[in-house]
Design a protein around this ligand. Structure first.
Ligand code: SAM
Length: 281
C-alpha cells in the first residue's frame, strides 16, 4: 500500500531542481520539428493546490517555488520556468511534471504518464481530462517503462521520480533503466533522488549502479539547502541524467550558480554537477 502523497511536497526545492532540469531537456527536444515522446514513470497528480491542507501542513513550497519566484535572474531557463510556473503560482497552484511537460510539448508530441497510487491516478485523470496526446496508465512505472520501450517515436525523454518509500525503489531504478536503455539506446533518462540524513541515505549504491550502465554519459546534479543531518530529514536532492543533450551540463552549471543562495539562507547550502561516466570527455 503506497502512502506517499506529493501534495505535501509540491513546489519544494527538490521540485524546483527537478522541473528546471525537465524544462531544459524538453526545450532541447522541441528545438527540432520531429515529434518526441515524454514518459513519466511516477507522474503523481499532475497539478497541486498550494492552499490545500496537505501543502499547508508542511509549507515546503515556501523554501522552493515561493523563493524562486522572487529571484531576479537573467538566466533564460530560470526566466522560462518563472513565466510558465508563474501562471499557476498566481493562483496558488503548482504544476507537477506532467503539467509542465504538457505545456512544453507540441501538437505532434505525446505523453505517457504512469501512476500506481489508486487515488492519485484518479486525480491525474481528472486534471488531464480531454487533453490531447496524453496516455495515462494505472500501473507500476518501473515495469511500465520497460514495456513501453522502445517508444514510437523513438525520440524523447523519461522522467523517473519515485517516492523511495520502499528501499527496493533504489534497486528498481537501476534495473528498469538498464532494461529500458537496452531497448531504447537513444532515449534520455532523468532520475530524481533524495539526499537524506547520514543514517538513512541509500543513494550511493544506486549511483554506482547507474554509473556502470553501458552508456556514453551519466551526469549527476546535486543541490542541497543545508548541512546533512545525522538522523532524519531530506537536506537536498539529485538528478541523474543518462545521455544528456549537448551542452546540458553547461546550462545546468549556470543554474547551480544561483540556486543554492536563492533557495536557502544557510551557509551550508550548495550544489555540484559531476560526470559519473563520460566516454566523450
Ligand atoms: N513526478 C511528479 C512531479 O514531479 O510532479 C511527482 C511524483 S511523486 C515524487 C512519486 C509518485 O509515484 C507518487 O504519486 C506515488 O504514488 C507514485 N508511485 C510510487 N511508486 C510507484 C510505482 N512503482 N509506479 C508508479 N507510481 C508510483
Amino acid at each position: 500500500m503506497l502512502s506517499y502523497r506529493h501534495g505535501y511536497h509540491a513546489g519544494n526545492h527538490a521540485d524546483v531542481l527537478k522541473h528546471l532540469c525537465q524544462l531544459i531537456l524538453l526545450e532541447k527536444l522541441a528545438q527540432k520539428d520531429k515529434p518526441f515522446v515524454y514518459i513519466d514513470t511516477h507522474a503523481g497528480a499532475g497539478l497541486y493546490d498550494l492552499q490545500s491542507e496537505q501543502a499547508q501542513k508542511t509549507a515546503e513550497y515556501e523554501q522552493g517555488i515561493d523563493r524562486l519566484m522572487q529571484l531576479q535572474s537573467a538566466n533564460p531557463h530560470i526566466c522560462r520556468y518563472q513565466a510558465l510556473v508563474g501562471e499557476y503560482h498566481q493562483q496558488h497552484r503548482y504544476p507537477g511534471s506532467p503539467e509542465l511537460a504538457f505545456r512544453l510539448c507540441r501538437e505532434h508530441d505525446s505523453l505517457q504518464l504512469m501512476e500506481w497510487h489508486n487515488q492519485e491516478v484518479l486525480n491525474l485523470k481528472a486534471n488531464f481530462k480531454d487533453r490531447r496526446n496524453v496516455h495515462i496508465h494505472h500501473r507500476n512505472g518501473f515495469e511500465g517503462l520497460v514495456a513501453l520501450c522502445p517508444p514510437k517515436p523513438a525520440r524523447g525523454m523519461v522522467l523517473i521520480d519515485p517516492s523511495y518509500e520502499l528501499p527496493q525503489d533504489y534497486v528498481e531504478v537501476v534495473e528498469s533503466v538498464k532494461a529500458a536503455q537496452k531497448r531504447w539506446a537513444g532515449g534520455t533518462f532523468a532520475i530524481w533522488y533524495p539526499m537524506l540524513a547520514k543514517a538513512r541515505d541509500k543513494s550511493q549504491t544506486m549511483l554506482d549502479g547507474l554509473s556502470q550502465l553501458p552508456v556514453e554519459q551519466v551526469l549527476n546534479i546535486q543541490l542541497w539547502v543545508g548541512a546533512q543531518p545525522d538522523d532524519f530529514g531530506m537536506y537536498g536532492s539529485g538528478m541523474v541524467i543518462i545521455n544528456p543533450p549537448w551542452q546540458f551540463d553547461e546550462q545546468v552549471e549556470s543554474l547551480l550558480q544561483v540556486l543554492p543562495t536563492s533557495l536557502s539562507d544557510s551557509p551550508d547550502a550548495g550544489a555540484r554537477c559531476q560526470w559519473l561516466r563520460n566516454t566523450q570527455g
